[in-house]
Design a protein around this ligand. Structure first.
Ligand code: GLN
Length: 502
């Protein structure tokens, strides 16, 4: 195991080379076209970014925090890293993470745990993008890329007091991002302020033909402007009525199901204060119901391991992965030795879980059921958002549906909202000591508020919100992560709202 280079162990590699990119020789044709479209009003700026170690970079290792990929060097670079480099960013290092993204505290890494340099207690930085969060929180870089499959950008942001943004599924290219659970994997952005996130998102939101789930530019423009227009229309009407209140006319939903008994009292109070702040600015607060939320966590922990088990089968020491040296192949143990030594405990647990739920005896009862519940979770969100996502098949899609005055048959309840506001995590960051005593299921509980948006593929941002005075204590952070969740493709508006609130 390596020695931490910064005392926090936020980086796995810092020896990243930054090849001089020659414009336009280095560009694939589609890169050049799309850069030309976006770069007219962008000055290239030198900005150092940290990149989570499951995102491929040339000139350094890409390990996924795993022993099995400890030596892996990708022959190509992820689309998202390339976009950032083309806009002048320098990669300052590859960040530590829970192995293959599986975990919530960045303790499941082959390279040792990430630890928060908080003065008294060693607190969890959250996971799995904990290295990226710690690198930003400790001032080692201004922006970091993470990945968020079930909360891995938002939870670390909440625990370290920074901003973490998970975009709509398909908004940012996953080409060159090593998959954990493909149907939920997104690249997310961490920074200490919202405007850095806005800039970075602007630079990396573009179609990538190499990622089949990347949304085409035309479709994205249609979906995103549908969201922006309907929002802007209502805000304009609000501005006429109450020009001094910048959120007049905006409706914020508070999901009743998120007020769970396990919610830390400080976080509950911060949630109230956050809603008061929205209200003071003129927003209307309405309670909403997302009844299938209570099944979201178990659904996620069936689907994510199933996809992972399938994805990780290629690490066998032949196709991918560092081969176990003692296995010569003569006794048929090459795969099992390589995998037995290369994967950590948590990854093995997930592979077993996933292999079971996909097995013929269990698939109907677990995997297929979970897929159905996933759809219900998605419909819960669709029902409460004022603007439809516009994701229906083209023949059913009619632009005038974007007008909120036309009721949609799928919208059952009377109350419809622009955004949902809830805590990012039910508790403040636990100490690493407390984490080591948690059972795997205890750890999974941290993700209860983040997985619903992942299952639905919708955007969410976690911003730090100051805890009420009574909850400040030495050795504990004075902030709680608050999450704002929006309809599919409302990413720009969501970022703008977060900017106003911070
Ligand atoms: N903690 C969750 C898990 O272990 C989420 C991880 C992620 O978003 N990559 O699966």
């Amino acid at each position: 195991e390596q020695q931490p280079q910064d005392g926090i162990n936020s980086f796995i590699s810092t020896d990243v080379s930054n090849p001089e990119l020659e414009f336009p020789k280095c560009l694939a044709q589609e890169d050049a076209i799309s850069l030309a479209k976006t770069s007219s009003n962008l000055q290239p700026s030198l900005q150092s970014i940290a990149v989570k170690d499951n995102i491929a970079t040339v000139g350094s290792r890409t390990t996924c925090g795993s022993g099995i990929l400890r030596e892996y060097r990708s022959p190509f670079e992820a689309g998202v890293v390339r976009s950032l480099r083309l806009h002048g960013s320098l990669v300052c290092g590859k960040t530590n993470m829970d192995e293959f993204g599986m975990g919530s505290h960045s303790t499941h890494s082959f390279f040792g745990p990430v630890s928060n340099a908080w003065p008294l207690d060693k607190l969890s930085v959250g996971g799995s993008s904990g290295g990226s969060a710690a690198a930003v929180a400790s001032g080692q870089c201004s922006v970091a890329l993470g990945t968020d499959t079930g909360g891995s950008v938002r939870l670390p942001a909440a625990y370290t007091g920074i901003v973490g943004f998970k975009p709509s599924y398909g908004a940012i290219s996953r080409w060159g991002v090593i998959p954990y659970a493909n149907s939920m994997d997104t690249v997310g952005i961490l920074a200490s302020d919202v405007s850095s996130i806005k800039k970075a998102f602007w630079r990396i939101r573009r179609h990538d033909p190499r990622d089949p789930t990347s949304v085409a530019d035309k479709a994205w423009d249609r979906l995103a402007s549908g969201q922006e227009n309907s929002f802007r229309r209502r805000k304009k009407a609000g501005m006429r009525l109450a020009p001094a209140l910048d959120m007049f006319g905006i409706r914020i939903g508070v999901p009743l199901e998120y007020n769970i008994a396990e919610l830390d009292s400080g976080i509950r109070q911060a949630w109230r204060n956050c809603l008061d702040m929205f209200q003071d600015r003129g927003a209307t607060i309405v309670s909403i119901s997302l009844p299938n939320t209570r099944h979201a966590l178990s659904t996620y922990y069936v689907l994510a391991p199933a996809e992972a088990a399938s994805n990780l089968s290629k690490y066998d020491g032949v196709r991918y992965g560092t081969r176990d040296g003692s296995a010569d192949g003569s006794d048929g143990s090459l795969y099992s030795r390589t995998r037995g030594k290369g994967f950590g405990e948590e990854v093995k647990r997930r592979i077993l879980l996933g292999s079971y739920t996909l097995s013929s005896e269990a698939v109907d009862n677990y995997f297929l059921k979970a897929q159905k519940v996933r759809r219900l979770v998605q419909q819960d969100f669709d029902r409460v958002f004022a603007t439809p996502s516009g994701l229906r098949p083209p023949e059913q899609f009619d632009l005038k549906d974007l007008d909120e005055s036309i009721p949609m048959s799928s919208k059952l309840g009377p109350t419809q909202v622009d955004f949902i506001v809830c805590p990012t995590a039910p508790t403040l960051p636990p100490t690493l000591d407390a984490v080591s005593k948690q059972t795997p299921v205890d750890t999974y509980m941290n993700d209860v508020f983040t997985v619903p948006a992942s299952l639905a593929g919708i955007p969410a941002i976690s911003i730090p919100f100051t805890l009420p005075e009574a909850f400040h204590s030495q050795g504990k952070p004075a902030f709680a992560g608050m999450q704002i969740i929006g309809q599919y493709a409302s990413d720009n508006t969501l970022i703008n709202i977060a900017n106003i609130m911070m």
